[in-house]
Design a protein around this ligand. Structure first.
Ligand SMILES: C[S@@+](CC[C@H](N)C(=O)[O-])C[C@H]1O[C@@H](n2cnc3c(N)ncnc32)[C@H](O)[C@@H]1O
Length: 358
């Protein structure tokens, strides 16, 4: 297991470096250089990137234009130093700028909502692909016909990252986003309204508990693609300061073994999905075997696949809802087709996967 003994790696990683970074054209200001040193001393993983992102935020320019921007005015310098001090105190960068990048979106985030992680872009991308595959299927959406499009459900929606990415990138889809936390719902509704105003197909927001056995009763047997990034960190695991102090507990921790939300979600998803519908669920990197095993034990899923992230860690599991005729009794032998998990061998992360390596 790649995890350090005490510190969970559930931290928001910074974006990869801009191509111009390190080139001679980029002349950092004294303030940015000083901020980068302070951030490095505070243990920030990408201090230079974050110092530049904060400067770009204060100057109101994209980071790539920083070298061409005016120097910081005295007022701006004061604001910049204050933001750097808050980052040194391990306030998340995204709370300081008020926004988080996710695929092609810029989402509003702040206190009370989980900051979307780059790793989750993989699950969202898989969901986009699945929704697009079903865009022309007249039986999608539980028989709504071609105008209805595929029905996609995002459980534990938080800021709406996954739901809004699917709505933007698979415009034929009808997307339903479910969240329980009132604080997160406020951010979700704000982001959903912003994206609808920008021209994306509106996402339907539902306030509900995803562990409720009667969740989304009107959609039983109709969902084409069900996605979920639940809270999944085991309770005893130590998380970085940004996460511990600023991500809501209910967004991060999934009970003693981390599977408290995943278990009921897998059970309800099997009822919500239509036969042939697909499920994608993100999980802790220690659950690369446990979640596929839960899916297999349920008996209503087939084509169970475990996917790794860019760092090669188990990240999300996918499966297809069997047709009722081919369902197994949970725990019983037999049934049609393979029920055990297989590993993704052909992903967009060439070389990241070795079959059977987990
Ligand atoms: C890890 S965050 C994921 C947020 C978003 N989907 C993303 O990928 O950035 C988990 C979210 O699930 C929500 N949540 C936790 N338990 C829930 C429950 N029982 N029902 C509904 N939402 C829940 C939390 O409030 C949080 O917003």
């Amino acid at each position: 297991m790649a995890r350090p003994a005490t510190l969970h790696d559930y931290v928001v990683t910074s974006r990869p470096q801009h191509p111009s970074e390190g080139s001679e054209r980029r002349q950092p200001t004294v303030a940015v250089a000083r901020a980068a040193r302070l951030l490095a001393t505070a243990g920030i993983e990408s201090p230079r990137v974050e110092a530049e992102l904060l400067a770009a935020h204060v100057l109101g320019v994209p980071r790539g234009r920083l070298a061409l921007a005016d120097r910081l005015s005295p007022d701006q310098l004061e604001r910049y130093d204050a933001l750097v001090a808050r980052r040194v105190a391990r306030e998340p960068l995204q709370h300081l700028t008020g926004k988080a990048a996710f695929r092609h979106l810029e989402l509003a985030v702040g206190p009370g909502v989980f900051v979307p992680r780059p790793e989750t872009e993989l699950l969202a991308g898989w969901g986009v692909d699945q929704a697009r595959l079903r865009a022309c299927d007249p039986t999608a959406g539980g028989g709504q016909g071609a105008t209805g499009g595929p029905l996609v459900v995002d459980l534990c929606s938080g800021s709406g990252a996954i739901a809004l990415a699917v709505a933007q990138e698979a415009p034929a889809a009808r997307v339903v986003a479910v969240e329980r936390s009132p604080a997160a719902l406020a951010w979700l509704r704000r982001n959903a309204a912003d994206r609808a105003a920008a021209g994306d197909r509106p996402v339907e927001v539902v306030a509900a508990d995803v562990t409720d056995p009667g969740l989304l009763g009107e959609l039983v047997g109709r969902v084409d693609v069900l996605l979920c990034n639940p809270p999944y960190v085991p309770r005893a695991v130590q998380v970085p300061p940004e996460v511990a102090a600023h991500d809501p507990d209910e967004a991060v921790f999934g009970g003693a073994d981390g599977l408290d939300v995943i278990r009921p979600v897998l059970a309800r998803a099997a009822q919500l999905l239509r036969p042939g519908g697909v499920l994608g669920v993100e999980h802790d990197d220690t659950h690369g075997a446990a979640v596929p095993a839960l899916l297999a034990a349920d008996g209503r899923y087939e084509e169970i696949v475990e996917h790794r992230d860019l760092a090669g860690r188990p990240r999300f599991a996918t499966a297809r809802r069997r047709s009722p005729a081919s369902c197994r009794t949970p725990g019983a032998a037999g049934g049609s087709g393979p029920v055990g998990p297989v590993h993704a061998e052909d992903t967009d992360r060439a070389g990241a996967w070795q079959t059977g390596s987990s």
